[in-house]
Design a protein around this ligand. Structure first.
Ligand SMILES: Nc1ncnc2c1ncn2[C@@H]1O[C@H](COP(=O)(O)OP(=O)(O)OP(=O)(O)O)[C@@H](O)[C@H]1O
Ligand SMILES: [Mg+2]
Length: 465
């Protein structure tokens, strides 16, 4: 690679990429959906910026606008002060999925980007060989992607991005598809590459779900808020490289990011919770029971400690803590999760009592579970087609989200012994012991809409002993 030290000063200064008051909305069948709102983001020469945020917070959307692949709905993206009008030639992207062409060799895959730029054959071959060497794939030039391990494929992904010598390298969860050890190994190599004076790039924007990854690689960690996405926190990571994860200063920053990410989300102020305002978190009963048991053992724990203990990614853990929080089984305060009295009773009782406690909590606090339980109880055969609830949900959710809500409700309702889901007939079926035992039909709102709570609260209802 050409030596290009001047392009990457150690001290961040000149603003390369500048997004101002950016808004991005997508049309959906249910209306326009604003994914990013009032987003300000700058990337300076010489820095690594990590973007952290929950799934759906708009991280990939931000990268695509920086790359000029997506036009913002309003606001501007500038590169060195010039507004972008199309693909940004100063950027290259590394994808989670590697995105290699299977019918091309390593060398040919790496040369692709140069071909698009009109670089001549001999020059292409030379530069590709250098990039392949840089990522440690020397000797694999004529291999095909299928002959390579996941880690090696992602090295090709890196080489293909590096070969065009982008000023800013954009990476969208580059390590997420790799096994833990390979990912850790590649992270270390990226950190080393970044220290090399001959690395032909000036800045990196790294999207990740992994807080430690962000803190170990970045100069700044931007934490995004969700719905709509904007920068909630801009944290400087002012630690010497290579970073030492055991350093208390490192741990302090990791904990700070955890606290920011698990800070209470603003809930819309509505009088009665509905299937639209209180969606079920994507957590199975197995998952939330497991976590409640762990908490009953360790008492109170930080989110960071729990991800370590359970070897879970933050994104896998948060829906479970959200679910326990929704059910009133835990409180989450400043990144610290504590079991409530109800949660302890749920976690430590015998199975029948646990089920009953779960049923009480779900009927009381999970509007979709309550709605389904109530409706099946009041239909003549104790069944109702899934389409009924799908239609209600589709007023507020996208197709796949609505489907997921129904799946979660089926899992929770089944464990609570309220109803089951019969996938052959796409029907919710009242638990045989339950049918006819609930509130009289007159109480049921015949047209449940997302704006209404459709059933009485559990405290007014009988729950299976
Ligand atoms: N082309 C599109 N049309 C409609 N909606 C879209 C489109 N692209 C993204 N979205 C929606 O915008 C939101 C943000 O998407 P994005 O992929 O940027 O999130 P993300 O933070 O990268 O999530 P993840 O962590 O799951 O990768 C999501 O709800 C997504 O469904
Ligand atoms: Mg994404």
């Amino acid at each position: 690679m050409t030596t290009n030290e001047a392009a990457r000063p150690r001290v961040a200064q000149e603003v390369l990429l500048d997004q101002r008051d950016l808004t991005k909305a997508f049309p959906t069948p249910e209306g326009t959906r604003t994914v990013l709102d009032g987003l300000d983001l700058q990337v300076r020469a010489g820095e690594v910026v990590a973007l952290l945020g929950r799934s759906g917070s708009g991280k990939s959307t931000i990268l695509r606008t920086l790359a000029g692949l997506l036009t913002p709905t309003s606001g501007t993206v500038r590169f060195r002060g010039e507004p972008l009008t199309g693909p940004n030639p100063a950027t290259a992207m590394v994808f989670q999925s590697f995105a290699l062409l299977p019918w091309l060799t390593v060398q040919e895959n790496v040369e692709l980007g140069l071909e698009a730029k009109g670089v001549g054959r001999a020059e292409r071959a030379r530069r590709a060989a250098e990039a392949i060497d840089l990522v440690g794939l020397d000797g694999f030039e004529s291999a095909y992607p299928k002959e390579l391990s996941g880690g090696m494929r992602q090295r090709v992904g890196f080489a293909r991005a590096l070969v065009v010598e982008p000023e800013v390298l954009l990476m969208d969860e580059p390590f997420s598809a790799l096994d833990v050890l390979t990912a850790e190994n590649l992270r270390g190599e990226l950190a080393e590459l970044w220290q090399r004076p001959d690395l032909p790039i000036s800045s990196i924007v790294l999207v990740t779900h992994n807080i430690e990854e962000a803190v170990s690689l970045a100069d700044r960690v931007l934490v995004l808020a969700t719905d709509p996405g904007r920068v909630a926190r801009d944290l400087a990571v002012d630690l010497p490289r290579p970073r030492d994860r055991a350093d208390p200063a490192f741990e302090a920053i990791v904990e700070e990011v955890y606290r920011t990410m698990t800070g209470r989300q603003r809930r819309p102020a509505r009088t009665s919770p509905t299937v639209a305002t209180v969606p079920l978190p994507d957590a199975s009963v197995d998952g939330l029971s497991g976590l409640a048991e762990v908490l009953a053992g360790v008492g109170t724990a930080t989110i960071g400690r729990l991800t370590d203990l359970l070897v879970l990614e933050l994104d896998d853990l948060l829906p479970i803590t959200d679910a326990l929080d929704l059910l009133g089984f835990v409180t989450v305060e400043d990144g610290v999760v504590s079991l409530t009295e109800a949660g302890r009773a749920f976690a430590t009782s015998d199975i029948q009592t646990s089920k009953r406690r779960f049923a009480e909590a779900a009927l009381d606090r999970a509007p979709l579970v309550r709605a389904i339980a109530t409706v099946v109880d009041h239909t003549p055969g104790g069944t109702i087609g899934g389409g009924f609830f799908r239609e209600v949900l589709l007023r507020s959710f996208k197709d796949d989200e609505a489907e997921l809500q129904l799946e979660i409700a089926a899992d929770w309702g089944g464990y609570a012994e309220q109803f089951s889901y019969d996938s052959d007939h796409d029907e919710f079926v009242a638990d045989p012991d339950r049918h006819g035992l609930r509130t009289p039909p007159g109480d049921l709102d015949p047209d449940p809409t997302p704006g209404d709570a459709v059933a009485p609260r559990a405290s007014e209802r009988e729950v299976r002993p």
